[in-house]
Design a protein around this ligand. Structure first.
Ligand code: XIL
Length: 377
């Protein structure tokens, strides 16, 4: 009797389970597979860097994938000094304006990159000899661009790469002529011109202890001056099989203690040999090409592909573990073909650093990254 009663209960609940599973699978089919931005919507923003072709939607694959996968866009080059402000009195806003329109159309916020940087400076700035003229450029440049896009973009990398590897201030025309407080000054001008825009400091290798300490000191100095800084961007140009996981985790914790947002702003993982011992993302450093430095011109061997997937998986596990502190993760480009790492630090190599391959197909690492998001936090 007892057995019979139980079986009556068990059978319907099994049926319910089957019905439930069936309806879930139907629901899943209806909504389609998760995208990166959907998978991480409760954790952090997922961004990509966009180039001119993509902003102008001249590449149909990119035009389809970008709005589907990402909810933050950084201009790869179009807001840099040499493009947006080529001569003293001339600004070329066309491409940046198109980016704003593209963001509006697709409802994706724009992360401005970058106001003050020693690289990709216009020639006229490099030619400035005296401090007064440089100061005038500095004020005009920041206030003109920041004011134009205030309320239209989400954030600015106000200063990019102001530090050396040992944490000291990098020698540049800004440091030389304006002194070490130029960084505070840049944030002050940006704050005034763009009250509705978040303001960030951005750099590579600032997960490394010495450079991190320099970045923390710099951020504290800005804060102590009563100037607004909303976040820090760790670029994240790392190397497969050599990702500094421990330092990355320490940095998330240390930077978030400053009360600011922590972001990974230019993530990619090179699979190619480094011509130098140091890990750098200094765009001015160049080396000669030869076969040794370009080992995979046709395709990436499975063994490397696996390391690549594993590193991306571990990285996103870490980001996910710290989703309360990590505000955004931006990949530096959409697919392998577009990546700057095909031409830097050596011109004309074949690199494989991103989540989409040369045919715009999501790689194994892409699916692993999505899986991480759906695992329990
Ligand atoms: C790179 C772009 O991807 C290239 O197209 C350009 O030729 C050089 O700059 N750190 C930064 C980015 O802050 O702006 C750089 O972007 C990569 C390193």
């Amino acid at each position: 009797m007892k057995y019979k009663r139980m079986s009556r209960i068990i059978i319907p609940s099994n049926i319910i389970l089957v019905v439930l599973l069936f309806s879930c699978s139907v629901a899943k089919k209806n909504t389609g597979p998760l995208s990166l931005k959907e998978a991480y919507k409760n954790s952090f923003m997922i961004g990509t860097a966009v180039n001119a072709v993509q902003i102008e939607e001249k590449e149909p694959n990119a035009a389809k994938i970008i709005p589907q996968e990402f909810n933050a866009l950084t201009p790869e080059n179009s807001m840099k000094c040499e493009i947006i402000h080529p001569y003293w009195d001339t600004y070329h806003f066309e491409l940046a304006d198109k980016l704003i329109a593209y963001g509006n159309k697709n409802n994706i916020p724009i992360m401005g990159h970058t106001l003050i940087w020693h690289s990709q400076l216009s020639q006229f700035v490099k030619n400035i000899k005296n401090a007064d003229s440089l100061k005038l450029f500095f004020e005009n440049h920041i206030s003109t661009i920041a004011a134009r896009y205030d309320g239209k973009i989400y954030s600015w990398d106000v200063v990019n790469e102001a530090l050396n590897e040992d944490g000291s201030m990098r020698n540049s025309t800004f440091l030389e002529k304006l002194g070490p407080d130029y960084v505070i000054e840049a944030f002050k001008i940006a704050q005034k011109a763009a009250p509705k825009t978040e303001l960030y400091y951005n750099d590579y290798n600032i997960e490394q202890p010495k450079k991190r300490a320099g970045a923390i000191a710099l951020i504290k100095k800005i804060q102590a001056a009563g100037v607004r800084i909303d976040g820090v961007g760790i670029q994240g140009h790392w190397k497969v099989n050599n990702v500094p996981f421990k330092e990355i985790e320490e940095s998330i914790i240390a930077f978030s203690k400053l009360g600011i947002k922590v972001m990974f702003t230019e993530l990619d993982l090179t699979v190619l040999p480094n011509p130098w011992e140091v890990n750098t993302a200094d765009v001015n450093m160049k080396a000669e090409n030869n076969a040794y430095f370009n080992p995979y011109p046709k395709e990436l061997p499975d063994s490397v592909q696996q390391m690549f997937s594993k590193d991306y998986t571990e990285l996103f596990k870490l980001f996910q573990k710290h989703h309360k502190e990590v505000f955004r993760v931006t990949l530096w480009g959409l697919n392998d073909q577009q990546s700057w790492l095909n031409n830097w630090p050596i011109y004309g190599r074949t690199n494989y650093p991103l989540l989409f391959d040369r045919d715009f197909k999501p790689k194994n690492a892409y699916f692993k990254v999505i899986d991480i998001a759906t695992q329990k936090k």
